[in-house]
Write a protein that binds this ligand. Structure first.
Ligand code: BEZ
Length: 214
């Protein structure tokens, strides 16, 4: 009987693994230590949607570096296919995928992270995105099917929302983008509520108050 692995959930420690990648062998926990990591899977090399997505990540290299974030791609392809694809895209478009791409030919990492969703495909990983914080905790997960590419602006927004929330101990409202007001945690006592009423917070109701970060 096949063993069923529980996929990681938000708040879990990221499952560790060692993998062959396009930049050499990597121990995930070492790669993650001290930086945020976005681990993302794609269904297959040499496919059109995947090429647009991987190029999108590559073009945001400076953004992710500025925000202490490393990238790691993954698909159930061989290291030779990965290398040939990276080279082909570079020769055609000038875009180089410098981040490591895991050659998950035995599907071990895909299974560990719940990237194999048999109702969608038995052999290809879906388009998953896992954002890990510098302590190695899973903080955000997205899953997209094979036929719909992800949204780079949303991935970047979500990363900044997590980092800003951690830094300022606040929550982010619908569609929050940097520069906009953030949500202040609701008061936990009647006294704190009375204090809040005297504050200059933008208050919709006692439990929904916003402030600027600058
Ligand atoms: C694509 O990247 O274009 C793709 C890959 C697998 C299935 C469907 C589309």
């Amino acid at each position: 009987m096949e063993q069923i692995t529980l996929m990681p959930r938000i708040g879990d420690m990221a499952p560790d693994f060692e993998a062959v990648t396009t930049t050499g062998k990597i121990q995930f926990s070492d790669y993650n230590r001290g930086s945020w990591v976005i681990l993302f899977s794609h269904p297959a090399d040499f496919t059109p949607v995947c090429t647009t997505e991987m190029s999108g990540f590559a073009l945001e290299k400076e953004f992710f570096a500025q925000h202490n974030t490393k990238l790691m791609g993954l698909s159930i392809d061989s290291i030779h296919a990965h290398i040939a694809w990276v080279n082909a895209v570079y020769e055609k478009t000038g875009v180089l995928f410098e981040f490591p791409i895991v050659a998950d030919i035995d599907m071990s990492v895909s299974k560990l992270y719940g990237m194999l969703q048999p109702g969608e495909s038995e052999t290809a990983a879906v388009r998953a995105v896992f954002i890990m914080d510098p302590e190695g905790k899973v903080r955000l997960i997205m899953y997209y099917p094979l036929n719909v590419g992800r949204n780079m602006e949303e991935i970047k927004r979500a990363l900044l929302a997590l980092q800003t929330s951690d830094q300022h101990k606040c929550a982010m409202p619908l569609n929050w983008t940097p520069g906009e007001k953030v949500i202040v945690p609701a008061p936990k006592t009647v006294e704190a509520l009375q204090e809040r009423k005297k504050s200059d917070l933008e208050m919709v109701d006692w439990y929904l108050a916003k402030r600027s970060l600058n």
